[in-house]
Structures are given as structure tokens and as C-alpha cells.
Design a protein around this ligand. Structure first.
Ligand SMILES: Cc1cc2nc3c(=O)[nH]c(=O)nc-3n(C[C@H](O)[C@H](O)[C@H](O)COP(=O)(O)O)c2cc1C
Ligand code: SF4
Ligand code: FES
Length: 659
């Protein structure tokens, strides 16, 4: 044993390695890096060499993780490390002000790296007591602005008294106490309930694990058929039918089958999975155990984002309790079926939510999404074995489908859009929060005006991003032609306003956007759409994994252009250039991040042309690529133009003869 690694740390390291098959030790790379950083405060060359040797890898295999995952640090942070969320809902609620005030109070001079824009590296106070960084959406947009102080999440931070954060107080997580009459709570039944605790006794007293008892007496095919009958569509973003995905696993599959619960929840505007994990972990474990039984998957991993350290601990405890009660482990409930569930923590990269990026990350590599085909991890997934990846909320829904039967579940919601789902409302509303609704039974108008208390006092609705920041923006004054399947199977077309738009997959797709992850971001008439888009563009530019040129370069160009427009350097070509860049990303990349980063730009520029034109006044061509925007271009009102040498060919092509 290396003398510098204390016995207790090495014990934890060996335990972590034991969570993965003996020939797949590389998977333990991220857990080991977390353990090392928690103990030593940083990952230095010694750490890289030691961990690589421990896992039988080359140092580069470990070092490439340190440089990829933002939560891993090569330099020590301050004693108190603060993460300020800079993503849209928090930025709208004043998180940039929070950052400024915290820096002033701690004496931190933030280094400004123009290439990294808002994402300067971790900045440390001169006394090394504090360090601070901007991070992306912490999945608590309904209580924006939010910060993490070490491992604790602080909600509703008042920018003017942000320094209260430094008082070492343990924050109390706020919950919505009341259930709105338009809600239909099934999955969120216990969230915010008084006297509800996360321990297994509370869960069992409430009938917990009865559905697992029922499931292990059913045949696997019957369970899959119930899920198919329910019409459940995945709640992670794509809305793919869960039962259909499950049926890709062959009943006589010879290779091990894996289930992965996607708890990466990082789509800006989305904050539902965190509440389930923090407040009702056994509901999720029961859903996982039932799903594993149905799929004959003897191992499940919960891939939880690194920014949920408390959630990971809660789940670890719940797994222990479930094992003690024989709901997990060997021969569960005397069924002869063995199942193990392990927690695997990410380390701060949005792309880990994309299922093939997630699998790569779980295998101990950079989260580079895999080239398709195969299109589904059900064909080739974790360790080249059939793998089902499902979102936290989807797996919880499975439990309720077993409880009530697929047909009854399908009666909730609308045809092809069945069941309930949690929608998260943030941004410019009076009462941001989460609401569990029957899919499509609530309209956008009801959601914003009745459930979320309406647009902020004195303001008017300007636009809505309906399904996480990747969804195309909808204008408040748009009219949508929607074809709806009626309960009798007939189709009916109607033209409706945004207020009457049903909150379901098909209607939002017909309106030209998507239901996505259920994160609804509301924008009022005080919002500058170039500013909003720039905030979104910064997210994608930071989060692109960098594999595909159109995505890596295009997301950065789009951000640089919107940033230049905001700084007063916009040129007349900018809206067109933005659109062209977006058009050249979507459909040309390995994963759907390409569309996710192009759609906001394409839709904002198309739907708010006047605002973009107003910030694009200067009549000279932009520098292409927009790597550098000269100060002159930004600062001077008009850039002098100089005539080009006469070239009739250019004139014929319609080009201005000036530059
Ligand atoms: C860029 C990107 C990010 C994603 N992030 C998440 C995420 O944070 N959580 C999630 O459940 N699904 C996310 N997804 C969707 C997953 O790839 C996958 O479709 C989903 O986990 C499947 O579960 P479901 O069928 O239950 O929805 C993301 C997809 C993309 C393209
Ligand atoms: S589209 Fe973007 S995020 Fe997806 S693989 Fe390509 S570079 Fe990575
Ligand atoms: S938590 Fe800050 S934007 Fe989501």
C-alpha cells in the first residue's frame, strides 16, 4: 500500500471498485477521483499515477478525466467553496449580482479569461478561506437564485444579502406545502408532506414496496405489457415509449442486462428528479427494483450528477435499508431474483445526461456520446451489453403502473400522452415551482396563470421556453395549428393561442417546440431576448463535449456573436449569421446536443427579428470566424468603410463593394 494513502481511504477505494464487474475496474475512475479529492482537496500528478496504477490503467486515462469534468480540480479551492448558478432562471433572478457581492465580501478578485467568458476558473480569496466559481443549472430553478456552499444548496438567495451565505448556516430546503387543485399527484404524492421522512419505516407504513411484492409474482412479459399498455413515455426529454424500449431486450438474452437510472438532471429549467431523490428515495428504488425484475437486469446503476452530493448520500442510505429488508440484494422477497443497485456520481458535465455519454462516463471515460447506430443502448450499452437507460421520474411511474395496472394509468392524460408528469415552472412568474399534472389536461395558460400565480406583477407575458432550455421558444402572441387525437380516435384540428396550448408531448411538438424535460421557463416583457439567448448560448458553448466540429465551433460562435451584440458590436449580418450557424449544426452531429444548442438560436432569431436587428446595426461584415472581436468594432458607433477595388463579378453577386 502507498504510505500516503490512509487505510480508511484505501478501504473506501476498494469498496468503490467492488461496485463494478471485476473486468471493468476502469468504471471506478470517477468514484476514486471523488474520494481522492474529498480527502486531499485536489488531484495532482501523484493522484493520477496512483489511481491509474490501482485500476491497471495508463495515467493519461485518468488525466483526461481531470481535464474533462469541471468538478475535478488540479488546484486547491478555498476552505469554503461557493458555486453560484449562472444559468437562465438564476441569472434572471440576480445571480450575477450575487457573484459580485460575494466576491466583494470575500476579497476575491475574479480572474477574467475572455475565452472562458462567465466560466472563469475557480477564484480564491487572498487568505484562501473562500473560493468561488460560476456553475451551470443546479436543478433548483424554481427557487432561483441558488448557490452551493461546499455541499449545501442555498435557495432563494437575496442578492443584496448574499453574504449571509458565509455565516455557516445549514440551509433548510423549501418545499411547496400546498397542492394546487389542478394537480394530480401520484409521483409527488409525498413531496412536501408534513411528517414525511425519507426512512424506510415511513415508506413501509405508507404501503411502500407492496408494488414490488406484487411485481415479483407477475411474469416478466406481463410487467412489460402493462408498461406498454400504460403508454408511458420517457420523462427524460425525448418522450420515447418506455414499454417499447423495454421490449428491445430479448427475453432469452444471454449477456448480462443493465438498468441505468438517469439522475443527471441538468437541463436548465428542470427540477423534479432532485426532489424525488431527496424526499422519496424509496419510491425510486422500488421503481428500479420492479424494472430490474422485468428486464432480468441484476445490476442497476443510478448515475447521479456530481452536484447532488446530499442526494447521493440519501440514496446510499436508502439502498442499505432496502437491502436489510430484502427488497434489494440476493433472492429479493424470496423470488430467487438477485439485484444490486449502486450509486455512480458524475462530476459536473451536462453531456453526461445524454444516454450514450452517460454510459461512457460510467465506463470511466470522458462522456463522449457514442456514434449511432446502434441507436439504442438496449442493443449495445454498458460494457457492450444490453442496457436500458430511464429517467428518475419514468422509473417512479413504473411503480404506479404496477399498482394500478397499465390500462388505468393510460386513463390519466390524453391519448398518446398518458399519465401524469411533473412540470417545473421558473422565471418571471409569481409562484415558481413544481406541479404534477395529467399530461395534456392542463393548458399553458392554466399552468402559468392559475398554478404559478401569473406573470410577475405589473408585467405581461412575452415568451415561454416550454421544455427545458433546449426547446424552441414560443411567443406569447403566436397562434398554433394543433391536430389532436380525440378519445374516440378521430383527429380534430384547431387554431389556438399559447394560453390554450395543452401541456403534452404532441401539442408542444405541433406548436413547433417540445415538452422535453418538463422545464417551463417564463419570460416577461421586460426581458431583452438577445440577453436571454446569450445566457443560453453560454451554457451550450460551455457544455459541448467537443467531439463534433459543428457543435464545438458553432456553439462557441453563436455565443461570441450574441455576446458581441450585447456589448454594442453587432453588425447587420449577425442575425443571418446566427441562423446559418444554427442551421449548420442541427442534424450534423453525433448526438442531439447539436439540435439542443441550435434550436434556441434558430427560434429566438426567427421569432424576435426586431430585437436582433436593433442590436445588429453596424454595416460591415463580421469577422469570421468570430474568434476576435476588435474593441474598435464594439466601441465605435460607425466603422468607416473603405471601397474595394472595382470587381463587376462581386457586384453581380450582390456583394457590397465596401469593407
Ligand atoms: C444533451 C442531452 C442531455 C440530456 N440530459 C438528460 C438528463 O439530464 N436526464 C435525463 O433523464 N435524460 C437526459 N437526456 C435524455 C437521455 O439521453 C435519455 O433519452 C433518457 O435518459 C431516457 O430516459 P427516458 O426514456 O425515461 O426519458 C438528455 C439527452 C440529451 C441529448
Ligand atoms: S453534438 Fe456536441 S455534445 Fe454531442 S457529441 Fe457532438 S460535440 Fe459532443
Ligand atoms: S438552478 Fe439556476 S438556472 Fe436552474
Amino acid at each position: 500500500m502507498d504510505s500516503r494513502v490512509p487505510a480508511e481511504l484505501e478501504r473506501k477505494i476498494d469498496e468503490a471498485i467492488g461496485h463494478y464487474p471485476s473486468d471493468q475496474k476502469r468504471s471506478a475512475a470517477l468514484p476514486l477521483l471523488h474520494l481522492w479529492q474529498e480527502h486531499f482537496g485536489l488531484i495532482n500528478d501523484d493522484a493520477v499515477t496512483w489511481i491509474a496504477a490501482k485500476l491497471g490503467l495508463q495515467p493519461i486515462n485518468i488525466f483526461e478525466l481531470v481535464t474533462f469534468y469541471p468538478m475535478l480540480r488540479e488546484k486547491r479551492a478555498g476552505k469554503t467553496h461557493i458555486r453560484v448558478c449562472r444559468t437562465l432562471s438564476c441569472a434572471m433572478a440576480g445571480s450575477y449580482q450575487v457573484m459580485e457581492n460575494l466576491c466583494a465580501a470575500t476579497g476575491i478578485q475574479r480572474k477574467t479569461d475572455p475565452a472562458a467568458a462567465g466560466h472563469t476558473p475557480v477564484s480564491v480569496s487572498p487568505d484562501r478561506n473562500y473560493s468561488i466559481e460560476f456553475v451551470e443549472c443546479l436543478a433548483s430553478c424554481g427557487t432561483a437564485p441558488v448557490c452551493m456552499v461546499n455541499d449545501d444548496l442555498h435557495e432563494n438567495v437575496n442578492p443584496d444579502s448574499a453574504t449571509d451565505l458565509l455565516q455557516n448556516q445549514k440551509p433548510a430546503i423549501t418545499n411547496q406545502q400546498s397542492v394546487h387543485p389542478l394537480e394530480q399527484r401520484i409521483i409527488f404524492k409525498n413531496i412536501g408532506r408534513s411528517n414525511w421522512k425519507t426512512d424506510i419505516k415511513t415508506y413501509l407504513d405508507d404501503g411502500g414496496y407492496d408494488d414490488l411484492r406484487k411485481a415479483v409474482k407477475m411474469s416478466r412479459t406481463d410487467i412489460v405489457n402493462e408498461v406498454k399498455t400504460s403508454g408511458l413515455r420517457g420523462r427524460g426529454g425525448a418522450g420515447f415509449p418506455c414499454g417499447v424500449k423495454w421490449s428491445f431486450i430479448k427475453p432469452d438474452e444471454k449477456k448480462p442486462v443493465y438498468l441505468i437510472c438517469n439522475a443527471d438532471e441538468s437541463e436548465p429549467g428542470t427540477f423534479k428528479d432532485r426532489y424525488i431523490i431527496h424526499e422519496d428515495p424509496h419510491q425510486l428504488l422500488e421503481g428500479i427494483a420492479i424494472s430490474c425484475f422485468a428486464l432480468n437486469a441484476r445490476t442497476a446503476y443510478i448515475y447521479i450528477r456530481g452536484e447532488f452530493p446530499e442526494g447521493a448520500k440519501i440514496l446510499e442510505r436508502a439502498i442499505e435499508e432496502a437491502r436489510e429488508h430484502k427488497f434489494l440484494g440476493k433472492n429479493i422477497l424470496g423470488s430467487g431474483f438477485d439485484v444490486d443497485v449502486h450509486i455512480h456520481r458524475g462530476a459536473g458535465a451536462y453531456i453526461c445526461g445524454e444516454e450514450t455519454g452517460l454510459i461512457e462516463s460510467l465506463e470511466g471515460k470522458r462522456a463522449y456520446p457514442r456514434i449511432k447506430p446502434p441507436y439504442f443502448p438496449a442493443v449495445l450499452g454498458l460494457y457492450m451489453c444490453p442496457t436500458i437507460v430511464n429517467n428518475v421520474e419514468t422509473l417512479c411511474a413504473v411503480k404506479h403502473i404496477i399498482a394500478m395496472g397499465g390500462a388505468k394509468y393510460a386513463q390519466f392524460g390524453r391519448p398518446n400522452n398518458t399519465g401524469t408528469r411533473i412540470v417545473c415552472v421558473s422565471g418571471d412568474v409569481e409562484r415558481p415551482g413544481y406541479f404534477e399534472i395529467e399530461v395534456g389536461k392542463v393548458t399553458m395558460g392554466q399552468l402559468i396563470y392559475e398554478m404559478a400565480g401569473g406573470v410577475k406583477w405589473g408585467r405581461r407575458l412575452k415568451a415561454v421556453i416550454p421544455g427545458g432550455s433546449s426547446a424552441k421558444v414560443l411567443r406569447a402572441d403566436e397562434r398554433f395549428k394543433i391536430k389532436q387525437k380525440q378519445p374516440d380516435g378521430s383527429m380534430m384540428e384547431e387554431e389556438i393561442s399559447i394560453y390554450d396550448l395543452p401541456m403534452d408531448f404532441d401539442s408542444l411538438a405541433a406548436a413547433g417546440s417540445m415538452a422535453g424535460s418538463g422545464g417551463v421557463i417564463v419570460l416577461d416583457d421586460s426581458r431583452d431576448m438577445v440577453w436571454v439567448l446569450n445566457n443560453i448560448n453560454e451554457f451550450y458553448a460551455h457544455e459541448s463535449c467537443g467531439q463534433c466540429t459543428p457543435c464545438r465551433e458553432g456553439s462557441l460562435w453563436m455565443k461570441k456573436i450574441t455576446e458581441r451584440m450585447l456589448n454594442g458590436g453587432g453588425v447587420t449580418e449577425d442575425p443571418h449569421t446566427l441562423k446559418t450557424i444554427g442551421d449548420n449544426i442541427a442534424g450534423r452531429t453525433i448526438c442531439a446536443f447539436g439540435e439542443a444548442c441550435a434550436w434556441p438560436t434558430q427560434s429566438f432569431v426567427e421569432k424576435f427579428p426586431d430585437e436582433f436587428a436593433a442590436r445588429a446595426r453596424k454595416s460591415i461584415p463580421p469577422p469570421l470566424p468570430p474568434e476576435d472581436t476588435s474593441r474598435e468594432l464594439i466601441e465605435r458607433e460607425q466603422i468607416p468603410t473603405s471601397p474595394l477595388a472595382h470587381d463587376p463579378g462581386w457586384e453581380k453577386a450582390g456583394a457590397d463593394a465596401v469593407i
